[in-house]
Design a protein around this ligand. Sequence first.
Ligand code: ADQ
Length: 503
Amino acid sequence: MNESIQQTPGRLVIVSNRLPVVLERSEGTLTTRPGSGGLVTALAPVLRDRGGIWIGWSGMPDDVQKEVDHVLTDSSLSAGYTLKAVPLSGQEFEDYYQGFANEILWPLFHDLQSHCHFDPAYWTAYRSVNRKFASHIRDTVEAADFIWVHDYHLMLAAAELRGMGVENPLGFFLHIPFPPPDIFFKLPWRFQILSSMLAFDLIGFQTMRDKRNFVQCVRMLLPGTSVRSEGGFHVLRHDAREVRAGVFPISIDYGEFERRARGREVAESAWYIHEALPDRQIVLGVDRLDYTKGIPYRLKAFRSALRHHPELLEKITLVQVVVPSRIDIPKYNDLKIEIEQLVGEINGEFTRSGWVPIHYIFRHLTRGELLGYYRTAEIALITPVKDGMNLVAKEYIACNLEANGVLILSEFAGAVAQLHRDALLVNPYDIEGMGNAIYNAFSMSPAERKRRMHRLRATVRRYDIYRWVEAFLEAAVSRHLQDFPVVSEYIPPADSPDIGVSI
Ligand code: ADQ
């Protein structure tokens, strides 16, 4: 770990909507198990080393809060840092989380304003839950602690804390994109959200595009704010307070993915997957059920590939894994129905004896199964219509040990800024173009695959999740962004994005 991080005074206080543990009730008893995911893995050692606290909602109803607190005290001992739950009532969950976060901010920040449901009751709940989080933070922190708030659920937290007199250094990382002014301005509460964000000291975005959108919104909506560039940041000065905005593309625990992919469980799972699909290239899609992931366009592109390139028939299988998510929100259920209808239509049109073109999986996979697919698939088809980063792309790369896979990546995933040189890029709205990219990937020579995949692997290995945590925490104490990839903005070419593919 970098020395400057260890030398920063005070503890680290992480704040996110959900705690990094999963609480479950089995036979009447509440238990916890560690949450998965790179963020927890990367932050846990820092929290343990310098002393830390993680504040978030437990996922349990607030009438069992005493029991939750009790269980979390035990989990804190085994985790080596303190877990503190913010209780939420059923109504708060509906209006703040399902409502404002997932029916307003999520679609709007992914440029899908037609999916937004601008209910004023949602805004009232969002404000009051952000205030509730702030009062829990205030009651927990000590003067020198660094508070790092995560994601769009808690964009008002800093302003609430400042209003309560908390003057600790405050960082914020936005995991999802920040929209351009024309879209952001549709938000009825745009002024309150934007001005509240300026109460943080450091704001991290996934890409240059997100940072630029944010700065443009501030310039237009809060004209009294001065903006300057300094040490790799944009520094915004408003009401005698300065906030620095920087770019920190999030990543994965590369070493851990690679290590597990090498293990026996994954090797066996990969072997069985291919054994069941002999002489075929597997095209893999893995997504949460979400309209931002572009699944229907992708299915249509696969159909277009089969229609226009008959060489693919019986030689290629799309495995589309969809992880159930937010199914209580009507738009998500509509999407599920649309996906299932398309899968049925395409399989109905092309299936031959011994070959079903799309294998559709709608459930959580075990880690071993997921990594088995990553390890063995010849092509990853990752085509969100918009995505903050997209970790699946990086996980696929880390698990592609033989370096024989091809990554087809949307121009609108944040990951494109780092991976554009060696992935096949597609516009997810261009169905035929995407179909051609599938064909190009299928036909790509082993040497070209290796060349590209080696470079992709080197990039993700170098800029892993540990480097990301280190860069953010270092930025919190230093005035300069040091030795971190200043990723250039990806600008789509004048011609079709997959031009120049040599196969
Ligand atoms: P997400 O929208 O959830 O994250 P993504 O970055 O792709 O999107 O992460 C999905 C995670 O779920 C991956 O780590 C993956 O391993 C896991 N997963 C997927 N399928 C699974 C399955 N079948 N079983 C088990 N686990 C599965 C948000 C933003 C992204 C941003 C991340 C991190 O929307 O743009 O990259 O946060 O900042």
